[in-house]
Write a protein that binds this ligand. Structure first.
Ligand SMILES: [Zn+2]
Length: 226
């Protein structure tokens, strides 16, 4: 079975999509791109995440040709392929698309995701833009979503949902979760009628801070400054 590791990851993270609340039923889809082979592994269309087996995951080229798989691919395979074509060189090797509650609420309000909390820096930017509405599963949506995405790793799709990407499925999935939390916070701020939005400079400072956050190994001879 080709791309077995990627198929297993898609099955595993599909279940996480459901249990984390990022997705209900068969909404949303996930994929991983193998840049060397030029192939993506993508979740099948209309199969529940807990019913998906590794052999249900579809392996396809970015032009839409199915290389292996007995199922139909996700109806948004063109959206996933569009991001790999445009952004694989920038580290877009996995795409997570959700209809998660709060991100979708903002997308339905016509609002971009703003820097109401510094966690937006995990997307590498200070604002997650909003792609104008067009019909799901169309080449136009793929094209418009890629074009709307600025220097960050995510975009909201008007009246639809969220696309987040990363170098691994784990990173893309975590980013989708962070942005759903951020969307909830922004929505709450909007309901309360007050919102302090951080500046691009403040978010740039967070991005620098993130480079040494967590279990990173300090360079030899350096000491922690706090
Ligand atoms: Zn969708």
């Amino acid at each position: 079975m080709i791309m077995e590791k990627e198929r297993l990851l898609i099955v595993e993270y599909g279940k996480k999509m459901s249990t984390s609340g990022l997705s209900r039923g068969t909404a949303g889809n996930i994929s991983i791109f193998d840049k060397d082979q030029g192939l993506m592994a993508i979740s099948p269309s209309g199969v529940g995440y807990f019913e998906t087996e590794p052999e249900d995951v579809v392996i396809m080229k970015l032009d839409g040709t199915i290389v292996d798989g007995k199922r139909k691919p996700s109806s948004e395979y063109g959206l996933h392929a569009g991001f790999y074509k445009a952004k694989a060189a920038e580290g877009c090797l996995s795409v997570v698309h959700t209809h998660s509650d709060y991100a979708t609420t903002l997308a339905c309000m016509g609002e971009p995701l703003q820097a109401v909390h510094y966690v937006i820096a995990t997307a590498g930017t200070h604002e997650i833009p909003l792609c104008p509405y067009t019909t799901f599963g169309t080449p136009e949506l793929a094209e418009m979503a890629v074009a709307a995405c600025n220097d960050g790793q995510a975009v909201l799709l008007a009246n639809h949902g969220l696309v987040a990407f990363g170098v691994t499925l784990a990173k893309a999935f975590n980013l989708a979760g962070n942005l759903e939390s951020l969307a909830k916070t922004q929505w709450q701020c909007m309901c309360a009628g007050k919102m302090n939005v951080l500046t691009k400079e403040q978010i740039d400072a967070v991005k620098v801070r993130f480079q040494t956050y967590g279990q990173t190994k300090p360079a030899a001879g350096t000491t922690n400054s706090y």
